[in-house]
Design a protein. Structure first.
Lengths: 240, 225, 240
């Protein structure tokens, strides 16, 4: 076990995510069957599971894009159903489809995000972010020509404009080279260090294990915490 | 500048920029409108008298039929890359999304009209130069109500199958009062700017205001996932 | 609806539907017969004028139904209770049937009267437009599969649509008055209006019967779905 994990297993921060009895169906199919999840500030939780297991739905519920049919979602103490804006102001969501506008340049995509977030449309800030995600050369190219990896970098850049306290990443390692993967993990670590919560939905346990403090497996709409192999400072979180 | 106004303008800017850069779309719609004008003219037998009687009706119908093609696109651009989710997640009032898109759509349709109206004037032998300014006013008022309801209903139709037929099906019956008022106001202008022009224009203004208010409020309930 | 298909837990308060239906239909037959028999043959139109005793009530009840949908839509958006949405859908269906009937009867009356099936008479034209607007409402419901979305979108459309109804009637009337001199409506006798009102009220009762039938069917469907839901959720929740 590395130093990072040692540092992360220090004592409980406040509860960032508190999901109780959350269930969600689409039509007559239950995708989430009543799950409980608690994530404390500073934790990085990896959600593993096959396609269709409910990972993305869970993430979307945490992101206030979906409301559960049953159960409650409490983020940093506020009910997400009653006060979604509170959550959204602190949210950074990297969806599977990164939500980039093809006809705008990389820089313009960031400019749009700045204006929508109520930030100053600071060009230097945009340049700095583009530099961090390695897109400086493509700053004035239209996103239409970007590879999947570049789009994700741009989406990460958008996240960086307003550092989130709740970071949700859906398959962040897909379509990424080693640099991109390192970037994702860096951002996850930074968010956790800031007292935020990070939830990473991924197939790729190897990549996630570098940053995660624990792992939860999603199977058929239910959550199964996975006990780590024997580690002296392992802390089992959540549950009753 | 207030935060909300800033967001509205940001969305309008984004949509206009994206539209401008995919020029193909505007050209296609403009040509479609021109073609419609030709076909309507032929359908009425190209008889001078008959055309004179229906010219304004044809003009407005053409505006509606071509304008409707652009509304779904406004949302499709968001949907194709999952951008709608990202858009909804920005904190703040949902109505800024509506007003921003309304402005962008309005600009697009007005631009199409800049082409359609002169072409109609030529094909149907209308003397529009004399009434250019009041005509611009009537075109604007009619277009505004059209775009308001179009932007609203497209938020729904763009997310369902058969969106191409669903949008006109939902939108056009609602536009009939606007269509009638616009046609009559335009006719009144052509007949020498009589009092009817003012009356029908006030109908347009009332329609515009009522549905701007109603659609802005209802949009909140429609845009969420 | 055969007894065999009704589940045991049919909501008790809805058992009134069958007897209510029988009574209202009998009443309708009675009031129609009485109205037709008691009124003298119209000077110009003969007995054809008596079609008004159905034609006008269906028009009024249709309009009333759409107003009810307006109110129900507001209530759904305010409370998010699905029963308001189901009731709104049932009411729209009955409203559409009433409106279609109005148009059919109007044409049947019009043929011998004016010599043509349709003359763009303002009220009938407006009624036709109203029919189109609400058919759109049902088509929308047909395409929207997610229950919550369907309810929310229908409610929004149901509100916006009704706002247009007075505008449609008023503007079409003015429009026709420009293109066609309006015939003055001959004053009708007091008894005509009395019988009209009586038939309108009874027609409304019949409308309520059909709405209740459709609503009950929708409730039963939903109850069955909910049973499936609960069964699917029966598996124990797992904490994480």
């Amino acid at each position: 076990m590395n130093l990072d994990q040692a540092a992360r297993t220090t004592d409980a921060g406040p509860l960032g995510i508190d999901l109780q009895g959350a269930a969600r169906r689409f039509g007559s199919r239950w995708v989430l069957r009543g799950v409980e999840l608690q994530v404390r500030a500073g934790e990085v939780v990896a959600l593993t599971g096959r396609n269709g297991s409910g990972k993305t739905t869970l993430l979307r519920i945490l992101a206030t894009l979906l409301r559960p049919n049953r159960g409650t979602v409490t983020i940093f103490g506020r009910d997400a159903a009653k006060d979604p804006d509170f959550v959204r102001q602190r949210l950074g969501f990297l969806a599977h489809n990164p939500g980039i506008y093809d006809d705008l340049t990389a820089s313009e995509n960031l400019l749009f995000a700045q204006r929508m977030n109520g930030l100053r449309p600071d060009a230097a800030e945009r340049a700095a972010v583009l530099d961090r995600v390695g897109l400086t050369d493509a700053a004035h190219d239209r996103a239409r020509g970007f590879s999947a990896g570049m789009r994700r970098r741009l989406a990460l850049g958008r996240l960086l404009l307003r550092p989130p306290l709740l970071m949700l990443l859906d398959e962040p390692y897909a379509s990424f080279d080693a640099d991109g993967i390192a970037l994702v993990n860096e951002l996850a670590r930074e968010t956790a260090a800031r007292g935020g919560c990070v939830v990473i939905a991924t197939h790729d346990l190897d990549r996630a294990s570098i940053v995660m403090s624990r792992r939860v497996d999603v199977r058929d709409g239910l959550l199964f915490p996975v006990a780590a192999p024997d580690r002296s400072l392992q802390l089992v979180r959540g549950g009753k | 500048m207030s935060a909300e106004l800033s967001r509205v303008l940001a969305i309008a800017w984004k949509d206009v920029t994206a539209e401008r850069r995919s020029k193909a779309n505007f050209n296609a719609v403009a040509f479609f409108a021109g073609m419609m004008l030709m076909m309507f003219g032929m359908a009425t037998g190209a008889d001078k008298l008959a055309l004179g009687a229906v010219a304004t009706g044809i003009l407005w119908l053409t505006v509606l039929l071509s304008g409707v093609l652009s509304f779904n696109r406004s949302y499709e651009r968001e949907l194709e890359n999952g951008a709608l989710d990202a858009l909804v997640l920005y904190p703040g009032e949902r109505r800024s999304i509506f007003i921003g898109k309304l402005i962008a759509n309005l600009a697009f349709v007005l631009l199409v009209e800049v082409i359609v109206v002169p072409v109609a004037a030529v094909l149907y032998n209308l003397d529009l130069a004399a009434i250019a300014l009041p005509l611009a006013g009537v075109m604007f008022l009619g277009t505004f109500g059209f775009v308001t309801l179009g932007t609203f209903y497209a938020a729904i139709s763009s997310r369902l199958r058969a969106r191409e037929v669903l949008l006109p099906l939902l939108l056009f019956p609602m536009l009939i009062p606007l269509l009638l008022a616009a046609i009559e106001a335009t006719n009144a202008l052509l007949a020498g700017f009589n009092g009817d022009a003012w009356s029908w224009s006030s109908v347009l203004v009332a329609f515009d205001l009522i549905f701007l208010a109603a659609a802005t409020v209802a949009f909140d309930y429609v845009i969420e996932a | 609806m055969s007894e065999a298909r009704m589940p045991a837990q049919l909501p008790a308060e809805m058992r009134w539907v069958e007897p209510f239906g029988i009574v209202s239909l009998l009443l309708l037959a009675a009031t129609q017969a009485l109205a037709i028999l008691q009124s003298p043959a119209d000077a110009a139109m003969g007995h054809l004028q008596k079609i008004m005793y159905i034609h006008v009530p269906t028009a009024w009840v249709g309009m009333l139904a759409f107003f009810a949908v307006f109110v129900l839509s507001i209530m759904y958006l305010a409370t998010k209770r699905v029963r308001y949405d189901l009731l709104a859908a049932a009411t729209t269906e009955v409203g559409i049937v009433m409106t279609a009937l109005t148009l059919a009867l109007g044409a049947i009356w019009g043929r011998p009267t004016w010599g043509v099936w349709w003359t763009w008479e303002p009220r009938l034209t407006s009624t036709a437009i109203m029919l189109l607007i609400y058919v759109g409402y049902l088509v929308l419901r047909g395409f929207a599969e997610d229950e919550e979305r369907r309810a929310r979108w229908s409610a929004a459309v149901g509100i916006i649509a009704f706002l247009n109804v007075p505008i449609v009637f008023w503007s079409v009337k003015w429009w026709r008055s420009l293109h066609q001199p309006q015939s003055t409506r001959e004053s009708m006798s007091g008894t005509y209006w009395n019988w009209l009102w009586i038939n309108a009220v009874v027609m409304m009762l019949v409308g309520i019967y059909f709405i209740a039938l459709r609503y009950r069917a929708a409730r039963i469907e939903r109850a069955a779905e909910l049973k499936l839901e609960n069964a699917a959720l029966g598996r124990s929740e797992v904490h994480a």
